[in-house]
Design a protein around this ligand. Structure first.
Ligand code: GLU
Length: 388
């Protein structure tokens, strides 16, 4: 049943660390790796996206999850990561397979070159039949430059390896139609359109960083890449295969039947906004029939700073997000080009360049399947032609 499939399994901190004592939950780790060994024997390629480094490192630095600040968490991750990986290494040996650690940062996912570099490493490990265990490099990331939750990180990895299935194991049975503590709340067994649920899915656990919201966002990223997502309770004898055999409750978020290309997925699914521009009505209208080049005459305002190679968000004058595209110029260069339409790019920038801000093949026009982001506030947008 799993022969030839690529499966990303994400496990949350509350499954790996005892909530009171903040010590490893070895029994869970055994169950999980035993089940993963079963999937591997069945012919699946498995990647594990594991949280837990912060929670398991807190004791060593004398902190608690409720009070730990960013620096405490960075230090805790440095303490917890070797403990976690050493545990995985030893338990995986018991089930006769090898694991390897891959720590990533936001930039490794958002920057195209670094994304491909990370993908090559993960692919090479899979080719050697080693299970990559992926986590964010929390020790060196700060609030502004971190993914923050392993739900969306695991979805990015699922996109990266073009996975067939993303399994998010947590401490609830799945997504409920309202707060699960309210009477009458029902488990949503299967869904395709996630947008109505994004409003009712707040609530974060003490140990991890994600809540149901980030899980739904993750499922949405995965579905655009043609990957199904299962959200389920992890506390179970065979946490993954029991789901695949249809034996227990979970939420399934169905893959989009017409997935976008890997390139379009990478381009359109962003974890953080690098910058944005507002374009004129003519460009907005042209997008209705697909991507087109954006020139300096099309831009009305700019929000930076961003650099060449960043993916920026493209808005219409009404504030609706229309598209995302990989920019050929930094925000400063874009402003110089847009403000001086009669000067050549060579004169303005000092090097030879075509002057197209964003090329059509580097643009994805957003449609129903994409969640639009809000236009940044007025005070961070700079108009090309300042109003008097
Ligand atoms: N990267 C964090 C850790 O290892 C967890 C992030 C999350 O909870 O999603 O502790």
């Amino acid at each position: 049943m799993v022969q030839g499939k690529t499966i990303v399994v994400k496990v949350g901190s509350s499954l790996l660390a005892n909530a009171e004592r903040l010590t490893p939950r070895w029994a869970f780790m055994h169950n999980l790796l035993e089940d993963i060994a079963r999937l591997r024997e069945g012919g699946a390629k498995v990647i594990l996206c594991s949280s837990g480094s912060v929670a398991l490192g807190l004791n060593m630095i004398g902190e608690r999850p409720e009070t730990a600040g960013l620096r405490d968490k960075q230090a805790a991750a440095a303490c917890g990561m070797p403990l976690l990986l050493n545990g995985y290494k030893q338990v995986a040996h018991e089930y006769s397979f090898e694991i390897a650690q891959v720590l990533v940062t936001l930039r490794d996912l958002e920057d195209r070159k670094r994304f491909l570099n990370t993908k090559n490493t993960v692919d090479r490990l899979l080719a050697a039949n080693i299970m990559p265990i992926i986590n964010e490099n929390d020790t060196i990331t700060t609030e502004e430059i971190r993914v923050g939750d392993n739900d969306r990180l695991s979805a990015k990895i699922a996109q990266m390896v073009q996975a067939d299935l993303l399994v998010i194991l947590t401490q609830v049975d799945g997504l409920y139609d309202k707060d699960p503590s309210e009477p009458g709340a029902k488990l949503v067994e299967e869904l395709r359109d996630v947008s109505p649920y994004l409003a009712v899915t707040e609530g974060v656990s003490d140990l991890g960083s994600g809540g149901m919201l980030t899980k739904i966002q993750a499922a949405h990223m995965a579905q655009n890449a043609g990957c199904d997502t299962l959200i389920a309770h992890g506390e179970y004898e065979q946490p993954v295969t029991s789901l695949l055999n249809g034996g227990r409750r979970h939420t399934k978020i169905l893959a989009n039947e017409l997935p976008e290309s890997a390139w379009a997925n990478w381009l359109s699914d962003r974890l953080q906004m690098a910058g944005s521009i507002v374009v004129n009505q003519e460009t907005a209208d042209a997008f209705k029939s697909g991507p087109r080049h954006i020139g300096r005459e099309d831009v009305l305002s700019i929000q930076g700073p961003y650099v060449k190679g960043d993916v920026i968000h493209i808005y219409g004058e009404s504030g609706t997000e229309l598209a995302r595209g990989l920019t050929n110029f930094s925000s400063d260069e874009t402003m110089a080009l847009a403000r001086n339409p009669n000067m050549s790019a060579m004169q303005l920038l000092g090097y030879k360049t075509g002057g197209t801000l964003i090329t059509d093949k580097n643009i994805v026009v957003l449609d129903d399947r994409h969640l639009q982001w809000e236009l940044p506030a007025d005070d961070v947008m700079t108009e090309v032609l300042p109003k008097n």
